[in-house]
Design a protein around this ligand. Structure first.
Ligand code: VG1
Ligand code: CO
Length: 557
């Protein structure tokens, strides 16, 4: 084939956020908008990272992915990539891309997704680039890409026909190969090596255990049936919204108490199932529910870590270390302490876990934002989290006879609280605020922390310290600063403020509130009730209502 050089002009604002580049799909559909970013990426990578190399390509099935895939394939071919492995119909979940990169020893991969952001002609599109161990590209690379988008003048395009992505198989154009792969096979094989499928099957086949999974018409739908139904014996009716759709069925594919309301209603309804779960647009997030019971993600990762060695074969030889993002509650810290494991606190965003895993210091980690995972890949993994919870419940019920009461999700959580204490946690999101007010609030808070000192009184709370979180990567020494304003009090309670880096319009303010409660007689309190004084304090300290004009959050976790 021949390579043509297409003249182009830079677009503003192609800067990567917490996880990839996300914008309204209308922006991405402008002439060369996506092509500019892809060419800027090739201009940023060392040539040995892609020339004659292999790249993986997949996505969550959202609107514009099919066109985008053809654009990416043509630019990759023109820049000297030897082979692209692409999921059938362009489908691969984020964790599956990470798994395929690792298994096939690819140089990296693209994920066409705006994750939990809604899709369709009026909504969002996005793209992420992952490196050779399957991890999201570090900021040193994404900053370089952004720099190159500001000066780009030409795009290299291969003159090849569109590739038929609807059939598994190999297409060659000269030295360039596109292999369309089954999106599930490599990922499923990995899951079978991590978990004891027989053990999980024994749970799912019980008549006294009912399971339901809401795929939210997102990418996990492509995995749920082959894994939960065909491999593990769940009934086909246990999967709802199981077909990936370009607009997620008009939904907001974010598995939380607000956007996965249908599932929450089922789980809290009369005679609800014993175990419920959901996943997000690109399949890397998870929500776990028991009957009338919500497992907050910060507890979820701690409980998985506390039970992993006995319930999950992958961890049988031990856990190397644990880590969480800064705003995630301190529940995991207590597990690390008790199990005497190395522990790390990193900024928000999965990219910060990769180096710790590659250097052999980290096995299990999580974020309060419904992200949980391990070093089996380098992304958070929704289906993995569901299988981890199923393994724990199955293990605990190995000897439960038919007719006896099963150990439930809430039993496991309450037992955990009794052992470790409960870290009450809640997050308030104020989505799509005016940027100006939100930025002013953060400036105000930064000014406030610069003036605050240990011993300052905030109502009943006494300040230990207030700062703007900064992290130095222990492996490569890189520093990420301004990662969230936090007030930490003498009793360990925390209030934290951040602006989201994944939105596509305005500013989303996130407020994180945490308080530790060792007293078991108080563990059954509702989190909103237990945290009320601290939440009120967070709102007054930040003058949030004044700055944003918002009376109420859009989402409460
Ligand atoms: C959010 C979450 C963060 C997560 C990120 C990507 O970022 O808070 O924990 O890693 O989304 O998740 P932010 O900057 O909006 O707070 V996903 O599933 O959208 O790739
Ligand atoms: Co996601």
């Amino acid at each position: 084939f021949t390579v043509k050089s297409v003249p182009t002009q830079p677009y503003d604002g192609q800067k990567t956020g917490t996880s990839g580049l996300r914008k309204k799909v209308k922006l991405f559909m402008q002439e060369n908008y996506l092509a500019n970013w892809i060419q800027a990426l090739f201009n940023s990578l060392p040539t040995e990272d892609y020339v004659n190399g292999v790249l993986v390509l997949g996505g969550d099935g959202r609107y514009f992915n099919k066109e985008a895939a053809q654009i990416i394939i043509k630019i990759a071919a023109a820049n000297g990539v030897a082979k692209i492995l692409v999921g059938k119909d362009g489908i691969l979940s984020t964790p599956a891309v990470s798994a395929v990169i690792r298994k096939r020893k690819a140089n990296g991969g693209f994920i066409m997704s705006a994750s939990h952001n809604p899709g369709g002609p009026e909504y969002d599109w996005g793209i992420k680039f992952n490196y050779s161990s399957g991890q999201p590209a570090p900021e040193s690379i994404t900053d370089k890409i952004y720099g190159n988008t500001l000066s780009i003048s030409a795009i290299k395009m291969a003159t090849i026909p569109d590739v038929d992505l609807s059939r598994v198989g190999v297409t060659k154009s000269g030295d360039f190969t596109v292999e369309v792969i089954d999106p599930v096979a490599d990922y499923l094989e990995l899951m079978e090596s991590v978990f004891d499928f027989q053990l999980i099957k024994s749970l799912l086949s019980r008549s006294d255990f009912r399971f339901t999974f809401d795929a939210m018409h997102a990418v996990a739908g492509a995995y749920a049936k082959p894994i939960f139904v065909e491999k593990l014996g769940a009934s086909p009716e246990s999967i709802t919204n199981g077909v990936p759709l370009e607009d997620f069925g008009h939904g907001h594919p974010d598995p939380n108490l607000t956007y996965a309301k249908d599932l929450v209603d089922i789980m809290y309804g009369e005679n609800g199932p014993d175990f419920g779960a959901a996943s997000d647009g690109d399949g890397d997030r998870n929500m776990i529910l028991g009957r009338s019971f919500f497992v907050t993600p910060s507890d979820s990762v701690a409980i998985i870590a506390a039970n992993a060695q006995e319930a999950i074969p992958y961890f049988r030889d031990g856990i190397k270390g644990l880590a969480r993002s800064m705003p995630t509650s301190g529940a995991l810290d207590r597990v690390a302490e008790k199990l005497n494991l190395p522990f790390f606190e990193v900024p928000t965003g999965w990219k910060f876990f990769g180096n710790l895993m590659d250097s052999g210091n980290l096995s299990i980690c999580g974020e309060e934002s419904f992200g949980t995972g391990s070093d089996h890949i380098r992304e958070k993994d929704g289906i993995w989290a569901v299988l981890a919870w199923m393994s724990i419940i199955a293990y605990r019920n190995k000897d439960t006879k038919p007719g006896e009461k099963l150990v439930s999700v809430s039993d496991v959580v309450k037992e955990y609280w009794a052992t470790y204490g409960r870290n009450f946690f809640s997050r308030y999101d104020y989505e799509e605020c005016e940027s100006e007010g939100a930025n002013k609030m953060v400036d105000y808070l930064r000014d406030l922390i610069s003036k605050s000192k240990e011993g300052d009184k905030y109502g009943e709370y006494v300040l230990r310290y207030a700062d703007d979180f900064s992290y130095q990567d222990p492996v490569d020494g890189s520093v990420a600063s301004k990662q969230g304003v936090r007030f930490v009090f003498a009793d360990g309670s925390r209030i934290i403020f951040r602006l989201s880096g994944t939105g596509s319009a305005g500013a989303t303010v996130r407020v994180y509130i945490e308080q530790y409660e060792p007293d078991a007689s108080k563990h059954d309190l509702d989190a909103q009730e237990a945290l009320k004084p601290l939440i009120d304090l967070a709102l007054s300290v930040s003058k949030l209502k004044e700055f944003t004009g918002r009376e109420k959050p859009t989402v409460i976790t």
